[in-house]
Design a protein around this ligand. Sequence first.
Ligand code: ATP
Ligand code: ZN
Ligand code: MG
Length: 503
Amino acid sequence: MRFHLEGRLVLSGDISKAASDIPAFIEEANATVLVKGAPAGKGARVGLFNVKGDTLEVTIDSDEFVRSHDALVRLAKLFGQRFGRKLAVGVRRVEADNYLIEMELEREPLQLARIPFVETLRFDGKRCTVTFGKLDEKFLSEKYVDRILTLIKDKVNAQHYAGKSEHWEQVFRSPERPALTDQDPTALLEKEGWIRRGASRGQWIFGPEMTRLFRTFERIVERELLEPLGFQEMIFPKLEPFSVWERSGHAKGIYPEVYYVCPPKSRDPAFWEEVIDHYRITNEVPLEKIRDRLDLPVGGMTYAQCPALWTFFQGRTIANDRMPIRVFDRSGTSHRYESGGLHGIERVDEFHRMELVWLGTRQQTVETATALAEGYRRIFEAFLELDWRMARVTPWFMAQERLVGDADQSEIGTTDYEGRLPYRKGTAEEWLEFQNVSVNGTKYPRGFTVKLQSGEPLWSGCSGIGLERWAAVFVAQKGMDSAAWPAGVRGPYGGTPRGIRFL
Ligand code: ATP
Ligand code: ZN
Ligand code: MG
């Protein structure tokens, strides 16, 4: 890598009179702070310099070890130490006029990438040249440059993975079980009146028969899994502010799928009077007038469900005697803008999910995941009697950064549970992911600065049980005659309730 920066220290006073002290200062910097931490001969170096009234102009060349922008900041600090007292002059700020960076990429880009803040971006084979124009202190001192270089590398790598499916490796397959139907479950459920479309897109209203099935699934999970493993119920918030997604990592990528939440700019009725009057006269909700009165989004509706929990632990140290922590939430809906991907109850914009979260040492976290996997297996084999399989897949946070690769390198990873949809036999959608189990390593504890009393690294995991997906797979395989369902579901279901009848 090669960095060439033309910048300056803007000082609090004129140093023209002390100009003769500057060469020795630059020499000292080149021999000390600008090479500190770099292999011999690979540090940063001030080449040209020039005193111009209250600024010290410099050019800095470097390798990757002390990057020129970091060198400029170090130079400013040293200047303060050497001259602050002596000349009663300090550094007001650092700036750059031009910055050129060359780096080698792992792979040649397939197309140009667009990057904010960058003036020009050129590729020559695997060599990438980035230039910037004027840069201010915040930009230079807060790692913007480094993140831009990482972003370029990630985007180029992503170009090579685009279209390639993520890592997927089957780790279990149930015995093939003959299905009792080959119909689309949503069509069956709608026809029998167990569900009806909601007024909003990708939203369903679940009638008494269907709700009883959801609750039956929940009860099975509680009895067979949550109670034996000591999972305790909590209530997680359902509006997730950006600050939570910044810490969980979701801020890096979920924007296209979020249902955003905007508060009003004011709750003063006078501020809304025109909207109210407009509606009363036209009987139409004036959307544009409402938009003008909305503040910026504060975040969005629940997306992944577990991130919002972490504020509970944020900045705290958890007592050893409470380890491992095992909790779950089922207090509300999750929302995703699935756009054209909507399909029946299988892919909806509003869904219901039990989310399990566990925290502990590395060993405890992995043990919990293993215990859950055993419990789930018993439930799908002995209660739901599904035709199902399990696969190791790329964890979401790796997929999101498009670092698609081999996910089975360590204990960190995601297992997807997939059920067969007989009505889609022979198509790419024959298998539907209906839940997953993830061991997330130290990702969340680090993101939310949570520690363990013992000082050992804190790990966590989570598992999302999608009720619509469970129901879709179950009804797709077992049909709607509850008397014909497997005993493990038929029993707790207790017969189809009297639903609602229309004329
Ligand atoms: P897919 O690849 O099917 O979009 P995903 O990878 O986006 O799934 P996750 O983010 O892993 O799903 O969500 C965990 C669980 O949440 C899923 O296993 C599923 O049960 C449920 N889920 C996610 N999106 C939807 C949706 N649009 N409709 C219904 N359930 C969903
Ligand atoms: Zn989760
Ligand atoms: Mg999805």
